[in-house]
Design a protein around this ligand. Structure first.
Ligand SMILES: O=C(O)CCC(=O)C(=O)O
Length: 287
């Protein structure tokens, strides 16, 4: 999970021009801006306060009382809780797809209800894309469908909630999902919806897509977590505040991390999915 002790001290890779390396910020949903991220016109976009407070609160309560809730409490201060699985960290594609079938109805119920919800936002985007002749659907493998999203909550008060990492290369080359269509999307993007957070937990986003040589030098051939913070020194970095209700999307090829939550017992809870364009007529998403 961490740097394998390479001699390389600074990450190398593709550094992007200023007109691409930025986050578009809007006070309402803008599906064209969302598509611009999937098209690689801009690195990220954040839409403020899209999920209403009552919807965030309902999902937050459902999450914490869900029978699907799992945790990995490494110490009294650091906690990691989730509902639903991540294809990338699943033990096998077969296991992930079987779990996806089992968990899909419960995940959908957890996020359902009146008001603008994660599910209704996906429907909005489905309608938006349909108007452009593009179909939005769950990713599939041999007729079996992925899960739509997962929920995750972390409460690290003084360490990074998520260490610096890049997902796109790791997913494209992950052996356990060989042949799955998600490896063929043109630009892998993370999409998140925040339902709980306090003042910390910002998204940290660096202007570098590490090259293969550098990824290997830092021991990231099969994993994607844990570039040392020193390896990013001098590289342009954006700090994107994230609040409950915000919805955002960004290119996962660039190194990113999540800042500490800031105080003890503060949880940052998000709905997480990945999305990408499979071809000109198909956009897929999965967890
Ligand atoms: O929670 C976030 O803002 C980023 C999540 C992330 O980096 C990931 O799931 O790979």
């Amino acid at each position: 999970m961490s740097n394998s002790g390479s001699d390389q001290i600074r990450l190398t890779g593709q550094v992007h021009p200023a007109d691409y390396f930025r986050f578009v910020e809007r006070d309402e949903m803008d599906w064209q801006a969302w598509t611009d991220v999937l098209h690689g016109k801009v690195a990220g976009a954040i839409f403020r306060g899209v999920l209403p407070p009552d919807v965030c609160e309902r999902i937050r309560r459902n999450f914490w009382s869900s029978p699907m809730l799992r945790s990995d409490e490494r110490s009294a201060r650091d906690a990691d809780y989730w509902c639903g699985n991540h294809l990338f960290t699943a033990s096998s594609l077969d296991w992930y797809l079987a779990e996806a079938d089992r968990a899909r109805p419960a995940l959908e119920t957890l996020c359902a209800g009146p008001g603008r919800t994660p599910l209704s936002l996906l429907d909005e985007y489905r309608d938006h894309l349909a108007g452009e002749g593009v179909r939005l659907r769950l990713a599939e493998h041999r007729g079996r469908r992925a899960a739509p999203f997962r929920l995750r909550s972390r409460a690290d008060s003084d360490a990074l909630v998520l260490a610096p990492h890049d997902d796109a290369e790791a997913i494209r080359h992950a052996r356990h999902i060989d042949g799955c269509e998600v490896q063929r999307v043109s630009r892998l993007c993370n999409a998140l919806m925040c339902v709980e957070n306090n003042s910390g937990g910002e998204l940290l986003y660096w202007n570098i897509s590490p090259d293969r040589k550098s990824r290997h030098a830092f021991g990231m051939s099969t994993d994607s977590y844990g570039y040392p913070i020193e390896s990013l020194s001098g590289i342009e970095q954006l700090t994107v505040p994230v609040h409950a209700g915000d919805v955002y999307i960004f290119d996962t090829a660039n190194v990113h991390a999540v800042a500490p939550c800031g105080s003890d017992g503060v949880f940052r809870t998000t709905i997480n999915l990945l999305m990408g364009e499979l071809d000109e007529e198909t956009t897929v998403y999965w967890s």
